[in-house]
Design a protein around this ligand. Structure first.
Ligand SMILES: NC(=O)c1ccc[n+]([C@@H]2O[C@H](COP(=O)([O-])OP(=O)(O)OC[C@H]3O[C@@H](n4cnc5c(N)ncnc54)[C@H](O)[C@@H]3O)[C@@H](O)[C@H]2O)c1
Length: 341
């Protein structure tokens, strides 16, 4: 029998990522959606959009709709309340990243789901890209020997500072919200930090942050994380939301490079290149987009069926990743305070 999924938070990522994936995944049924903004839930539930039986603008109606599991796609500051409510109703949860706004919040979420006996997974959808899964296999096979260094870069403008890229239209709420919630390392860099630990099977034991400001938020908009893993490897994550954030013609830079004792794996989104170079030569690999919501929901469907996490990041992993992103960001802010004193 299909599991009835309810989704909380009918915004951007729900519309392009989660809702189509839930709708199209065998074993899942898109049963209810909730948003405090009634018009958003109503619009997405309509027959010409996702055709959802229950469009709710109160949590009471949502949890009374007969759902078996919850997907949370609300903004990060709302995750804790959404998770606690789902746990209270005994429902398994897949929650968007960043899991929480603080360590304490994350711990409360883990305690509540543990007490309720329900799993809490974090929606790091990058893990489910066939390219990311291939990298995991290549690392495990030793295709580039011992992996010593990772360069994971995503520099972009987070859709730009201004609505429609026109200053007269005002500041765009999307980027503005993400900058207030901790900036690019906390919002986007969490994907890369998660990938580094997951690919290497090795936790980060030491983190240092450096960064710069192209804009005037408290959080830096261009951040470098230098992460030492317990196996001696090093990861550099570079993430920017200030990469031409006022440019009329935006561009981005998205790259993974894994450097080993016997070769290099390169995934370069800018030119669609995914390849392995090692002692045997060069192998061109099938390139896939860096995100895969459908793969993530296939894993969620299986997890609901079997109880096995199936590569889905646990809440403990998600919380550790968020902690690292926050720690690195705070180091950058502290360095600026010291310089300005
Ligand atoms: N995995 C990814 O690639 C990816 C991409 C973008 C965003 N995200 C994450 O997804 C989350 C949502 O981002 P977005 O860009 O869709 O935001 P958004 O602002 O477009 O949408 C959020 C929606 O949640 C609703 N909402 C507000 N408070 C709520 C509450 N208490 N309960 C339920 N819904 C509530 C809002 O009305 C809005 O419709 C964030 O955590 C963000 O970091 C992930």
């Amino acid at each position: 029998m299909s599991k009835k999924i309810g989704l909380m938070g009918c915004g951007n990522v729900a519309t392009y990522g989660h809702l189509p994936a839930i709708r199209d995944t065998a074993g899942l049924e898109l049963h209810a959606i909730y948003d405090p903004d009634a018009s958003r839930a109503r619009d997405l539930a309509s027959p010409h959009r996702f055709n959802v039986r229950h469009a709710c603008h109160t949590e009471e109606a949502f949890f009374a709709s007969g759902i078996d599991a919850v997907a949370i796609t609300s903004p990060a500051p709302a995750h804790e309340a959404n998770v606690l409510a789902a746990a209270k109703h005994g429902l398994p949860i897949l929650c968007e990243k960043p899991l929480s706004m603080s360590k304490e919040q994350g711990q409360r979420m883990i305690e509540a789901t543990d007490a309720a006996g329900v799993p809490l997974y974090v929606a790091f959808c990058y893990r489910f890209s066939p390219s990311a899964l291939k990298i995991k296999d290549l690392v495990a096979e030793g295709a580039i020997g011992d992996v010593r260094s990772l360069r994971l870069i995503y520099n972009w403008d987070c859709h730009g500072k201004y609505n429609q890229r026109d200053p007269e239209q005002g500041v765009a709420p999307h980027r503005h919200g993400r900058m207030l919630e901790g900036g690019p390392m906390v919002d986007c860099g969490t994907h890369q930090i998660d990938l580094a630990q997951w690919w290497l099977g090795s936790p980060v034991v030491n983190a240092r942050g450096h960064g710069a400001w192209a804009d005037d938020y408290e959080a830096p908009d261009h951040v470098y994380a230098h992460l030492d893993h317990d196996n001696g490897a090093h990861t550099m994550v570079e993430i920017s939301y200030g990469f031409g954030h006022t440019m009329k013609d935006p561009e981005s830079l998205f790259l993974y490079q894994l450097i080993g004792t016997d070769g290099v794996i390169t995934y370069d989104r800018n030119i669609g290149r995914f390849e392995l170079r090692n002692t045997e030569g060069t192998q061109t690999l099938k390139y896939h987009h860096e995100k895969d919501f459908a793969g993530m929901y296939r894993a969620f469907a299986k997890a609901l069926e079997t109880g096995d996490a199936n590569n889905l990041p646990t809440a403990a992993e998600g919380l550790r990743v968020t902690d690292l992103a926050v720690e690195v960001t705070e180091q950058v802010m502290e360095a600026r305070r010291v310089v300005s004193e």
